[in-house]
Design a binder for this molecule. Structure first.
Ligand SMILES: Cc1cc2nc3c(=O)[nH]c(=O)nc-3n(C[C@H](O)[C@H](O)[C@H](O)COP(=O)(O)O)c2cc1C
Ligand SMILES: *[C@@H]1O[C@H](CO)[C@@H](O)[C@H](O)[C@H]1NC(C)=O
Ligand SMILES: *[C@@H]1O[C@H](CO)[C@@H](O)[C@H](O)[C@H]1NC(C)=O
Ligand SMILES: *[C@@H]1O[C@H](CO)[C@@H](O)[C@H](O)[C@H]1NC(C)=O
Ligand SMILES: *[C@@H]1O[C@H](CO)[C@@H](O)[C@H](O)[C@H]1NC(C)=O
Ligand SMILES: *[C@@H]1O[C@H](CO)[C@@H](O)[C@H](O)[C@H]1NC(C)=O
Length: 341
């Protein structure tokens, strides 16, 4: 708490760079032992906990190992783009302290994929389970070719790949939530994967926006099943607001919990539980994580709770989850997935 209060005296982005710098220097500790009931199967790998780090915290893959040591079962690094990007004008991150939320309009600032891959190879990630979240360079004209190129570049270097298909600030015709566009993208992506690796062994996951209508939800469910996409992350930040937040950008943290959990539940029903769902948005306790799992998530991710509660929140959630699983008489967490339906 003392550390948090000091960090909160600084602008959010400076506080974040300080944290990353400190983590890079931190000697790696051995993670604490977690109850076996939290072990989950993640595309053929056994991981210690279903709780993962969401994209955006470690945009450049600089701190995958130290973050794992805090008790996460898996890490998602990125969003990374083909070329380095500065992102939007600062300030572009805002704390909503009373509500434990954050608004960001970073615009995918990152050091580019070359730097990213160098970090991965230098830190010898060996058996760490992590994903790479890829995005389109903001000035690139063809939104599909950037994703195809990036898949070729990062394929085989991580346990899974995530594609951004949410466009919170530009609802236009070329939106990837549009059925025709999305179908074109998924076709190119899956063909690309097949051409590199006929066994299609690296899972491809889509991350979706919570600000979508019923028709879009149905389209996404239909197309993910049709193209055999391996999973969905539900969800990214929202542009919807309670009245007093007046900064533009994506809202995360507690105020996002309900909206993203309802979408998760909808996607579980629409995909008839046939594809892996990762629940993300506003998780700040074991009860929250459990609610996402019961609504259909096999795994969960968080980011904003780290800002408000520090890294201790990860094992707090792990231990609370294990208690809830025991309370409800499940032998492991996987048995609770989707149990409210
Ligand atoms: C400062 C900040 C930066 C983010 N950057 C990314 C990003 O680069 N790519 C991405 O897919 N999501 C990004 N996100 C969204 C998170 O991954 C996550 O989907 C969202 O914050 C909801 O989870 P939370 O409420 O636990 O934070 C970012 C979120 C925040 C707060
Ligand atoms: C969880 O329990 C089920 C049986 O209820 C079992 O099939 C599965 O392998 C277990 N998962 C793990 C990761 O132990
Ligand atoms: C994410 O997807 C949306 C919709 O295609 C696009 O507007 C936005 O620029 C994308 N961001 C990145 C980094 O690809
Ligand atoms: C990528 O985006 C950045 C800024 O968003 C721009 O300066 C750079 O020229 C872009 N590169 C390409 C090849 O699109
Ligand atoms: C809303 O805008 C005003 C300035 O117009 C600013 O002082 C205030 O901090 C903003 N509030 C929030 C919650 O963003
Ligand atoms: C998530 O939302 C942000 C705004 O907060 C947006 O810039 C971005 O395109 C979205 N990213 C993904 C991976 O969907």
């Amino acid at each position: 708490m003392i550390l948090r209060n000091l960090l909160f005296l600084l602008p959010p982005e400076i506080a974040h760079s300080l944290v990353i710098t400190a983590l890079k220097k931190m000697p790696c500790r051995k993670p604490i032992e977690l109850p076996k009931s939290l072990n989950v199967n993640f595309f053929g790998n056994k991981i210690r906990s279903p709780v993962g780090l969401a994209a955006g915290f470690d945009k450049n893959a600089e701190v995958v190992k130290p973050m794992l040591s805090f008790g996460f079962g898996f890490i998602e690094a990125g969003t990374v783009t083909k070329h380095p990007q500065y992102g939007n004008k600062k300030p572009r991150i805002f704390r909503l302290i009373k509500d434990e939320g954050i608004i960001n309009r970073l615009g995918f600032n990152n050091k580019g994929v070359d730097y990213f891959l160098k970090q991965i190879s230098e830190t010898k990630l060996g058996n760490c389970i992590f994903g790479i979240n890829i995005g389109r360079n903001s000035t690139s004209k063809d939104q599909i070719s950037d994703y195809v190129d990036l898949i070729k570049i990062v394929y085989g270097k991580s346990n899974y790949i995530v594609l951004n298909i949410s466009s919170p600030n530009t609802p236009n015709l070329r939106d990837l939530h549009n059925k025709q566009e999305l179908s074109k993208l998924l076709k190119s992506i899956t063909l690309t994967r097949k051409s590199i690796d006929s066994s299609e062994s690296i899972p491809i996951i889509l991350k979706i926006s919570p600000d979508i209508d019923q028709q879009t939800k149905e389209n996404i469910a239909e197309l993910t099943l049709e193209y055999k996409i391996d999973g969905l992350i539900v969800s990214n930040t929202t542009i919807s607001r309670d009245s007093y937040y007046n900064e533009s950008g994506g809202l995360s943290g507690r105020p996002l919990f309900q909206l993203s959990t309802e979408l998760l539940s909808d996607m579980y029903k629409l995909t008839k539980s046939r594809i892996l769902l990762i629940g993300c948005g506003g998780i700040s306790s074991g009860v929250d994580a459990y609610e996402k799992i019961k609504a259909g998530a096999s795994l969960v991710q968080l980011y904003t709770a780290l800002v408000y509660q520090g890294h201790q929140v990860v094992n707090k959630i792990n231990l609370e989850l294990a208690e809830l699983v025991k309370r409800d008489g499940f032998s492991n967490i996987t048995e609770a997935v989707g149990c409210i339906h």
